[in-house]
Design a protein around this ligand. Sequence first.
Ligand SMILES: *[C@@H]1O[C@H](CO)[C@@H](O)[C@H](O)[C@H]1NC(C)=O
Ligand SMILES: *[C@@H]1O[C@H](CO)[C@@H](O)[C@H](O)[C@H]1NC(C)=O
Ligand SMILES: *[C@@H]1O[C@H](CO)[C@@H](O)[C@H](O)[C@H]1NC(C)=O
Ligand SMILES: *[C@@H]1O[C@H](CO)[C@@H](O)[C@H](O)[C@H]1NC(C)=O
Ligand SMILES: *[C@@H]1O[C@H](CO)[C@@H](O)[C@H](O)[C@H]1NC(C)=O
Ligand SMILES: [Fe+2]
Length: 421
Amino acid sequence: MTDCKLWIPLTTFLIITMLVVTEARIPTTLEGPFKPVTQRLDPSLRRGSDDLPMNDPRLKKNVTSNFPEQIALAISSPTSMWVSWITGDAKVGSNLTELDPSSVASEVWYGKKSGKYTRIAKGVSTVYSQLYPFEGLLNYTSGIIHHVRLKGLKPKTKYYFKCGDSSIPAMSEEHVFETFPVPSPKSYPSRIAVIGDLGLTKNSTTTIDHLIQNDPSMILMVGDLTYANQYRTTGGKGAACFSCAFPDAPIRETYQPRWDGWGRFMEKLTSRVPMMVIEGNHEIEPQVAGITFKSYLTRFAVPSVESGSKSNFYYSFDAGGVHFIMLGAYVDYNSTGAQYAWLKEDLQHIDRTVTPWLVAAWHPPWYNSYSSHYQEFECMRQEMEAILYQYGVDIVFSGHMTLESALQLQTTYQSLEVHVI
Ligand SMILES: *[C@@H]1O[C@H](CO)[C@@H](O)[C@H](O)[C@H]1NC(C)=O
Ligand SMILES: *[C@@H]1O[C@H](CO)[C@@H](O)[C@H](O)[C@H]1NC(C)=O
Ligand SMILES: *[C@@H]1O[C@H](CO)[C@@H](O)[C@H](O)[C@H]1NC(C)=O
Ligand SMILES: *[C@@H]1O[C@H](CO)[C@@H](O)[C@H](O)[C@H]1NC(C)=O
Ligand SMILES: *[C@@H]1O[C@H](CO)[C@@H](O)[C@H](O)[C@H]1NC(C)=O
Ligand SMILES: [Fe+2]
């Protein structure tokens, strides 16, 4: 299940603009399914990139113990926003004691004017551990992970906030975000960055700097976030093809401090731009008792309850006139299962006069020409493709490999520009 991390992560910017309909007729999704068209993988893209070392300043905790760090936003709805952060010190070692999540409160002070916080929202906190029953591997226990949902916000409005525990007192610096417009065919977020297979390498920094320059209003993160599960095995060195370089890699400690480093590295972006994540194979991270996905599930807030999903492995949300469906490829996707039932329900409730665009995302693409992953998710495709055609999904974004093969584009409307940069 390990895959190659290519030197350039998938980065796509969606720029949604209304264009004059051109003469050339593009068949609509509803006329599909079409014969898939794939392109040959460019072997020159097959390069590894060295990991950023743990002592890189961008990965260092710059605040003292109970002050918030790794601040991140996620869309809950046009009138609500998730704010997440971490306090306290994570530990690596043996015989670790978990921090008490109730020892640091989860508060967000916010308002429409800088420095004037007219409202306070409270949320939940949790900790997790990664435990490995293998000789020579150390265990990990996290800092306190806080999630607060700000409700009753005005759409398309700027909010200033601080998060933390005011009784310590340990509140963050002020941050600012803007809520999305009300779903309508006339209002869209101006730019959406689509990114996957990011990692925490020297090249990740190029990608993120580039992304920041493009000033997106949302980040769609299509899985494989930190590659914490490979860090020890590769020894911090880039591997163009992990399964080729380490064919006999045993189950390894998934070095959790990489997640904290990644949260810090991403903070300058995620503390002001909401990031919507979906799990990839690198998030599986098996530990004792068959526990998986602990880090993904604990660290990220996603609008699952808001979208009627009982699982953080799949959910949906609106961004202006675009309805996004995020699907889980590493949980049951069969047509008799819970995810499929949810998907069907979600599709049935979309009003295309309100959200004309329907975009779906999941980690491994169903169509690709890359030998390591060829037809890897054919079973998922067989279970779910028909219903996505039936409801006229316009665009699918996936990661898991290089950008050429991952972009499956079939437009129903001609008002969308997709820039791959
Ligand atoms: C990616 O990293 C490799 C080695 O670390 C370097 O040679 C290459 O120039 C980098 N590419 C970009 C786009 O930064
Ligand atoms: C910590 O501070 C250093 C020095 O100002 C800075 O370069 C680095 O990016 C900061 N790291 C984080 C995670 O904020
Ligand atoms: C990590 O935790 C597991 C499960 O409790 C335990 O079996 C293992 O010995 C621990 N490892 C260390 C290095 O303490
Ligand atoms: C583990 O920690 C507990 C409490 O901190 C302590 O009582 C116990 O002796 C420790 N066990 C080992 C094997 O170090
Ligand atoms: C779908 O899941 C059900 C229950 O988990 C199982 O019995 C069935 O064999 C699965 N079908 C396919 C096609 O995998
Ligand atoms: Fe992957």
